[in-house]
Ligand binder design. Structure first.
Ligand SMILES: C[S@@+](CC[C@H](N)C(=O)[O-])C[C@H]1O[C@@H](n2cnc3c(N)ncnc32)[C@H](O)[C@@H]1O
Length: 305
């Protein structure tokens, strides 16, 4: 297996990704700045401009993701004038036009969300984790996220009816069937698409950190050791930190230097020149090197003259 590499870049992901080759990353997982909601801390994009702003970047994500890769987008629409804004729904529709497949929607249930009272709604205890793919056939390592069967299995599987033993095709003709007897004697089962995770309490001076378990679950599900993960809106560095612990290489991009500093303190970057860049970038580096060489040789020749 190749050496695990971690790289944290400073800047707008739109520009930084321009230096990366096509079909490069195995997983992109991110939580972008939400429309306007955190204007005080890291600038917001107006809800009515959000789709346009995001699409420019998702075009780059589409280019750098491998055909076998997955993009997980953690997002939730804000409430505007008493109703939910529709930009996430519009974004899904536009991303499909851009070439993405909207494969699945996972729900992150925030087990410890803030208590509160509003006249027209209850407290918001969940966020979307939208799954997009480039193709129908993507890598998914389902066994990596199996969960203990739990107590329901003990009672449910003790007394199996005849419909549980033969594959029972749904009476409504949906074509879906089940054979529950397959699960007798098993201790582990596949999870559902609802993740019950507490929000992070030690937030490393960043106002919107992921709980570590969130990137961890998706990294386990969609990558194997040695694969490369991208978080284009890195914040405090959670994705790169977790990726490194799971022996995956990663690139994180963050626009604000103060968050880059926090990220670099949480995850040690490798000291080698990492990740091959695209031709344009290489040319830029070469040009830079040549300039340094030219200046150095001028200095040498003026000394020797
Ligand atoms: C919701 S936070 C991500 C938090 C992160 N998941 C964590 O665990 O810390 C979004 C981050 O995206 C950064 N950001 C905003 N616009 C960006 C851009 N164009 N390119 C890169 N980063 C950007 C913000 O500064 C912010 O830190």
């Amino acid at each position: 297996m190749e050496k695990i590499q971690t790289k944290i870049e400073t800047g707008d992901c739109l520009e930084i990704l321009n230096h990366y080759p096509d079909n490069y990353f195995d997983l992109i997982i991110t939580s972008p700045p939400y429309a306007d909601s955190r204007a005080k801390t890291y600038g917001g994009v107006k809800p009515e401009k959000y789709v346009e702003w995001f699409l420019q970047r998702s075009k780059e994500f589409l280019r750098v993701l491998k055909p076998s890769g997955t993009f997980i987008l953690n997002i939730k629409e804000k409430v505007d004038e008493g109703e939910r804004h529709t930009y996430v729904i519009e974004l899904i529709m536009e991303m499909r036009k851009q070439g993405w497949r909207w494969t699945e929607e996972f729900i992150w249930h925030k087990k410890n969300c803030h208590p509160g009272k509003w006249p027209n709604r209850f407290r918001d205890a969940w966020e979307r984790c939208l799954q997009f793919n480039k193709s129908k056939n993507f890598n998914m390592y389902q066994d990596n996220v199996m969960v203990p069967m739990g107590d329901w299995a003990k009672t449910r599987l003790k007394t199996l009816g005849k419909n549980d033993i033969v594959r029972f095709n749904s009476k409504v003709g949906s074509g879906f069937g089940k054979n529950i007897s397959n699960w007798v004697g098993r201790t582990m089962a596949y999870p559902s698409n609802v993740l019950h995770l507490a929000t992070e309490t030690s937030n490393k001076s960043h106002s919107a950190t992921f709980p570590r378990m969130l990137p961890e679950w998706f990294i386990r599900l969609f990558t194997k050791e040695g694969d490369i993960v991208l978080d284009p809106f890195l914040g405090s560095g959670t994705t790169c930190e977790v990726a490194k612990e799971l022996k995956r290489s990663s690139v994180g991009i963050e626009i604000l230097p103060e968050y880059v500093k926090i990220a670099k303190e949480s995850v040690k970057e490798d000291q080698f020149v990492l990740f091959e860049k695209r031709g344009k970038y290489e040319r830029k580096i070469k040009k830079g090197h040549n300039k340094i060489r030219r200046t150095a040789s001028r200095r040498v020749s003026s000394k020797t003259a």
